[in-house]
Write a protein that binds this ligand. Structure first.
Ligand code: ADP
Length: 395
């Protein structure tokens, strides 16, 4: 059975076509500059990549092009669109109601449209991508997979903020958590590696966006991102957690509007804000290695905050069986992994320096130190496969 996975952003549409029987990716690609001009890169295993610059006025034009490409005699991988059994769509936010992956009908669409205020950046393009795909493929089932749904298992004391309770009831202000599909995937892999479905696992998704999640018995019990992805550890351009009064003080002192303040917190803070060099971890580390003190400080703040949350989740779960690193930084940055795990021997966590330093890119590695009580794994994330798996399960 073939499942198409779609991840629509404001000016992009990423796709992967899975053959679920064989567990392989037949083709994948990215439509970029939608609404501007248009560019597509299309990849198939062991075949030459295809790229072009067709006009993509909207998501509908992009998905139409992708379907023609997938069935093209030269660049295609299927005979007809009819071979696609279902489409899985990535949504960052499922609100309080979409607590698990679901077949998307008019009711679900209306609900997703009603909560775009909670998710103004990702909601509208994801909805527009879904509508475009449904218009192009009206006869197959479309499934929504929501980053927030992994967190429907959080206990109330972990998701309710200590604010006037009416703000939760009336405005739905609560911790939602994000990156759930990635945390669910790597936590599941860690359970398999441990052979223990009840394991206590801390997963560190450290990419341009970063979040940390605690999972017990296959269910998330806490996570660092909150009402928005802004909470938790510092990221490429986001501050992560702050004393909330810093925000209102900045607004008053610097004369910024709410929008300007959000921009400062979301786009000008984190690694970029502290280092003044770049939001990209590699650039910041390179500058730090050359003696740039602010770049070095940015990295030390990141390590400090990741460590602090690992300790918090150890306390919440009364132990950790596995610590997992994933996403761009987690999968590739050996030095950062070693620094995060350094000084955690009291928690039973340590890293084998040699194994950590030689973990091949894109592979699962057990980098645990010899006498560690907890395993430390590097596990490449695969959100698209998770979306395809959920989609298959629902059709
Ligand atoms: P996104 O959140 O955009 O999906 P990714 O998961 O692709 O982000 O992660 C991007 C981050 O990973 C960037 O900060 C990049 O510098 C970092 N990264 C990628 N490779 C390495 C590496 N070898 N060493 C350090 N950081 C890396």
């Amino acid at each position: 059975m073939k499942i198409l996975v779609v991840n629509a952003g404001s000016s992009s549409l990423k796709y992967q076509l899975f053959d679920m029987g064989k567990g392989t990716v037949l083709a994948k690609g990215n439509c970029e500059r939608i609404g501007i001009d248009g560019r597509i890169t299309h990849k198939r295993p062991s075949k030459e990549d295809f790229s072009a610059s067709p006009a993509f006025p909207d998501h509908r034009a992009a998905i139409g092009y992708v379907l023609r490409l997938l069935t093209d005699p030269t660049y295609g991988v299927i005979g007809s669109v009819g071979e696609i059994a279902a489409v899985g769509h990535r949504f960052a936010h499922g609100g309080e109601r979409l607590r698990e992956s679901a077949v998307l009908g008019d009711e679900e669409l209306a609900y997703l449209e009603s909560i775009v205020g909670l998710n103004p950046l990702h909601g509208p393009p994801a909805i527009s991508g879904f509508k475009a795909c449904r218009a192009e493929m009206p006869s197959v089932k479309h499934v929504g997979v929501f980053d927030t749904s992994y967190y429907s298992s959080l206990p109330d004391y972990a998701y309710i903020y200590p604010l006037p309770y009416e703000l939760y009831e009336e405005k739905k202000i609560r911790r939602y958590g994000f990156h759930g599909t990635s945390h669910r995937y790597v936590a599941g892999k860690a359970q398999e590696l441990l052979g223990d479905p009840n394991a206590k696992i801390v997963t560190c998704h450290l990419g341009n966006g970063a979040s940390i999640t605690a999972t017990v018995n296959g269910k998330a019990v806490d996570t660092s991102m909150g009402f928005t992805p802004q909470d938790g550890v510092p990221m490429g351009t986001r501050s992560g957690a702050l004393d909330p009064t810093v925000v209102t003080y900045i607004m008053r002192e610097c004369g910024l509007t709410a929008e300007e303040t959000e921009k400062l917190l979301n786009e000008k803070s984190g690694l970029l804000g502290v280092s003044g060099v770049s939001s990209d971890c590699r650039d910041v580390e390179e500058a730090a290695a050359k003696g740039n003190m602010r770049a070095s400080l940015a990295m030390r703040i990141l390590v400090h905050n990741v460590k602090k949350l690992i300790g918090a989740y150890y306390a919440e779960m009364n132990g950790i069986d596995a610590l997992v690193f994933t996403a761009g930084i987690g999968e590739n940055d050996r030095a950062l992994r070693a620094e995060v795990c350094g000084g955690l021997s009291a928690l039973g966590i340590s890293v084998d320096e040699a194994v950590n330093a030689t973990c091949p890119r894109g592979e699962i590695c057990d980098i645990s130190g010899k006498n560690a009580r907890a395993r430390t794994f590097v596990i490449p994330t695969n959100e698209e496969y998770m979306i395809a798996r959920d989609t298959l399960a629902l059709v």
